[in-house]
Ligand binder design. Structure first.
Ligand SMILES: Cc1cc2nc3c(=O)[nH]c(=O)nc-3n(C[C@H](O)[C@H](O)[C@H](O)COP(=O)(O)OP(=O)(O)OC[C@H]3O[C@@H](n4cnc5c(N)ncnc54)[C@H](O)[C@@H]3O)c2cc1C
Length: 439
């Protein structure tokens, strides 16, 4: 049986970064035949798509230096051009800073008047209350409530506010909470600088990172973990003996494969909420405009809440004769998916007739639907207590969990890379090894 000090499940950003930064002996087992996890890219019909619109930006200098170092000259940056489609117009993103460009004076007046009543919503008890208090009833009614109900696909009174300072931009004329509360990530704005590989899709970052890890086995799904023997078994029958195990797979799925987990621990974990996505991919055989790069829509009749024009991610993708568009449609038990034909028809009609970004429906030459079960972790009020209970159970078994669905954290790849760096320090300090900064 192969033996390793640290066994890592998953070759997404968190697992790859951990393996690279660890001094201790490690091995990554990855279920898929390629690396990247949610940061994989899909090449179809000459176009490149990411799983949702991906671009790289980070407040962590160590992460930025690391990624820039491994990407070398395969890296370029540009200003993010995102728009909100609202009341017949494409406004700069985010709505709460640019609603005065809506071509309907009454709507603008309502948003402005509401903003005068708005407060910091510091003590809001849930996300719905936060929106109404922080942005006022006008902005809430005309964008923030319908948009957030659409994307989160659930009653947003169940959603807490702990994540908002890093993700939700302040309204026009107000200071970001980020600035006052010292949060880490800044909400995206019009004008945020973002980076992307010069060649290929977003996945190229993680393909490069995989070249810097000591041991990685692809196509090896971990199906059983025996904490008493400290072993793991894969679907193909490989057995590994480990000393410490770090999982980046979704917590509820992990608990299903760890032997002996009590039913009550599984039951607690099953209350972690997540949002799923159906991604509608389409190719257009006519090079499209350079902008916008993203469109957000709160309109219930437009199926996607976000549309990413993947070809605008880099100069190389823009230069291709076929352009790719990726539409994110969220679903949950509370918000079922539309039948595919209706979904496609309504989305294409929106892109042609309302947003005016595709010249005609017959320019769409190919479509596909991709399902992403675990797309966004949801911050419910119960989440911190559930995580504490689950991690409290796993830690004495030598099992820790990091990453987007390992940490149930609404984080981007840069933060996952940072989690890998930080967790490597913790694990290496346990083995009393001085940690080198970068290999
Ligand atoms: C729609 C969308 C848009 C996004 N936009 C951005 C963006 O613009 N910029 C950005 O930086 N980030 C973005 N992200 C976030 C980013 O994709 C994730 O934060 C990141 O990929 C999470 O990394 P991870 O390593 O935690 O997990 P994952 O990427 O989920 O990787 C986990 C890995 O574990 C593997 N695995 C699971 N179970 C097993 C098993 N039993 N055995 C072996 N392997 C297993 C999986 O196959 C996977 O490869 C976006 C995400 C989504 C969904």
């Amino acid at each position: 049986m192969r033996e390793v000090d640290v066994l890592i499940i998953g070759a997404g950003p968190a697992g790859l970064s951990l393996a690279h930064h660890l001094s201790a002996d490690s091995l990554i087992l990855e279920r898929e035949n390629e690396v990247g996890g949610l940061c994989r890219s899909i090449e179809r019909e000459g176009a490149v798509f990411d799983i949702g619109g991906h671009s790289f930006h980070t407040p962590h200098p160590e992460v930025r230096d690391f990624v820039e170092r491994i990407m070398g000259d395969n890296w370029e940056s540009q200003i993010r051009d995102a728009r909100v489609f609202s009341h017949g117009a494409l406004l700069p993103y985010p709505f709460q800073k640019h609603f005065d460009q809506i071509p309907d004076a009454e709507v603008v007046a309502e948003c402005r008047a509401g903003l005068e009543e708005a407060d910091s919503a510091e003590d809001a008890e849930n996300f719905q209350e936060y929106i109404i208090r922080r942005f006022g009833p006008g902005v809430a009614k005309h964008f923030m409530l319908p948009y957030n109900r659409k994307i989160w696909a659930r009653d947003i009174r169940r959603v807490s506010c702990e994540w908002t300072s890093q993700r939700v931009a302040a309204p026009k004329g107000r200071e970001e909470k980020f600035d006052t509360k010292g949060g880490e990530r800044k909400p995206l704005q019009a004008g945020t600088m973002v980076s992307y590989p010069k060649r290929g899709g977003f996945q190229a970052i993680f393909v490069a990172m995989a070249g810097h890890v000591p041991a990685l086995e692809l196509g090896q799904e971990v199906v059983e973990i025996d904490p008493s023997r400290k072993t793991a078994r894969t679907a193909s029958g490989m057995e590994i003996a480990w000393n410490r195990l770090v999982s980046t797979m979704p917590i509820p799925d992990l608990l299903e494969i760890v032997a002996g987990v009590p039913a009550e621990v599984k039951e607690v974990a099953s209350r972690l909420e997540f949002m799923s996505l159906s991604l509608l991919l389409m190719t257009v055989d006519d090079p499209l405009s350079d902008a916008p790069q993203r469109i957000y829509s709160a309109d219930a009749d437009v199926p996607p809440h976000k549309i990413a024009f993947n070809h605008t991610s880099s100069t190389e993708l823009r230069a291709r004769p076929v352009h790719g568009i990726m539409c994110e449609i969220s679903y949950s038990d509370e918000k079922p998916m539309l039948p595919r034909a209706e979904l496609e028809d309504r989305t294409i009609r929106f892109l042609v007739d309302e947003a005016g970004v595709i010249p005609s429906a017959d320019r769409v030459v190919w479509t596909d639907l991709v399902d992403v079960k675990y797309a966004y972790p949801v911050y419910t009020h119960e989440r911190p207590a559930i995580l504490e209970a689950v991690r409290g159970y796993l830690a004495p078994l030598g099992i820790t969990t990091i990453g987007r669905f390992g940490g149930w954290d609404y984080v981007n790849s840069d933060k996952c890379i940072n989690m890998g760096i930080e967790h490597a320090r913790v694990l290496d300090s346990q083995t009393q090894v001085t940690h080198p900064l970068g290999r």
